[in-house]
Design a protein around this ligand. Structure first.
Ligand SMILES: [Zn+2]
Length: 75
């Protein structure tokens, strides 16, 4: 029994999680398909580490980079 590790964006798609993005400024919540981010990372040769992804994402409402990334669940 091992705990699920979600270190990279690929881990999210593998375990069936969505990517949940919380804005700390305006509290907007966005659910993103991790495959979208994976594709973007592949195209631009970005790191797939979640910490790196988090640093690159921006809130689509207020434009803040102060966002928190975590696992969501597919409905
Ligand atoms: Zn925001």
């Amino acid at each position: 029994m091992s705990s699920k590790r979600l270190d990279t964006i690929s881990d999210y798609s593998r375990h069936g999680f969505t990517l949940r993005v919380d804005c700390r400024v305006c509290r907007r919540l966005a659910i993103i398909d991790p495959r979208t981010i994976t594709l973007l990372c592949q195209q631009r040769q970005w790191s797939k580490q979640i910490a790196a992804v988090e640093g690159r994402l921006r809130c689509s409402k207020c434009g803040s980079r102060d966002v928190r990334v975590g696992p969501g669940f597919k409905s």
